[in-house]
Design a protein around this ligand. Structure first.
Ligand code: MEV
Length: 321
């Protein structure tokens, strides 16, 4: 049996805009997904037949790895809320790819896993997916994804995808976050599901109809660059302020919900900054704070579910084989 783990992620800046080549900055979180695979008589997921509609990522990975005739049983144990903007499908794809590759004696290099998992994610998101979630889950730490890194991060690899808008290329890089005074991140789950494919398609439709909304995406790109400068110098108050402004842009794109607004308003007095994280329309908000217990308490008292995570967490790995 092979057991692999991959963490979820929180996007500090740049969700949605990154799909169109603008930069995004994300960190791995302290919770993730474990995948266990073992030989079996047929392909199963949690003892049920592998179904392409229910498990598009896994089905794509099985085909991609040419494993259709080498059936295995897949079991999944997740600490992430599903459909909540925490990158659960990316973490599942990365952990499954690592486990499948290990079982075949192939490369378990995090970059290879990130590239393959990105393709799986794109397949499940109707052809539109940036490599942000999969790269962050695979590499861990703090990851920057952009059409052109231009010195904003240490380059690691390039990702390419054939999207409905044409071929997209992204640079993927890493930023070393080693400061003594790092704040924590608190994620607050609104309880409503967030469907990435649906929200990404909604934004695509919105900007094709309304040029003003396209400007919001461009502004998110500029804010992300400002946030990244602040992040790299450990200017946490500036990081938080940039998160707040980013949230306003995401809200203007129709990506927030009344519950997400309630959670964000509740944590603001105890946070450096707060915003939705991930695709929105439900799912999670995040806060950057030196008072994580208080922020978690405010989230829970407002009806959300809170997760506290440090700003630096390791990436995906094989746990046993
Ligand atoms: C989802 O976690 C982040 C989005 O930007 C989609 C993507 O990058 O593929 C909304």
């Amino acid at each position: 049996m092979v057991r692999a783990y991959a963490p979820g992620k929180a996007i500090l800046f740049g969700e949605h805009a990154v799909v169109y080549g603008h930069p995004a900055v994300a960190v791995a979180i302290s919770r993730g997904v474990e995948v266990y695979i073992s030989e079996s008589k047929s392909w199963t997921v949690e003892n049920r037949p592998l179904c392409p509609n229910r498990h598009p990522h896994l089905n794509w990975l099985v085909k991609r790895n040419q494993l259709t005739d080498r059936p295995m049983s897949i079991k999944i144990s997740s600490e992430l809320f599903p459909a909540a903007g925490q990158g659960s499908s990316a973490a599942l794809s990365v952990a499954a790819q690592l486990a499948l590759a290990e079982s075949m004696g192939l490369s378990t290099n995090p970059v290879d896993a990130a590239i393959t998992a990105h393709q799986a994610e794109a397949h499940a998101q109707l052809g539109r997916a940036s490599p942000t979630d999969t790269a962050t889950s695979s590499l861990g730490g703090c990851v920057v994804v952009s059409k052109n890194l231009s010195g904003t991060a240490d380059p690691i690899f390039q990702a390419t995808l054939d999207t409905p808008e044409g071929v997209m290329d992204w640079d993927v890089g890493a930023v070393d976050l080693t400061f003594d005074d790092m704040p924590h991140i608190v994620l607050g789950h609104s309880g409503d599901p967030s469907q990435t494919a649906k929200m990404v398609s909604m934004v695509a439709e919105l900007i094709s109809e309304n040029q003003e909304k396209k400007k919001d995406l461009d502004s998110i790109g500029e804010l992300t660059l400002m946030g990244l400068v602040a992040l790299r110098s450990g200017a946490w108050e500036a990081v938080g302020m940039t998160m707040d402004v980013c949230h306003e842009k995401l809200r203007s794109l129709g990506l927030s919900t009344p519950m997400l607004e309630t959670l964000i308003e509740a944590v603001r007095p105890h946070s450096l900054g707060a915003k939705i994280t991930g695709s929105g329309g439900g799912g999670c908000m995040m806060a950057l704070t030196y008072n994580p217990e208080r922020v978690a308490q405010m989230i829970e008292m407002s009806g959300g579910r809170a997760i506290i995570t440090p700003m630096y967490c390791d990436g995906a790995r094989i746990l046993s084989s």
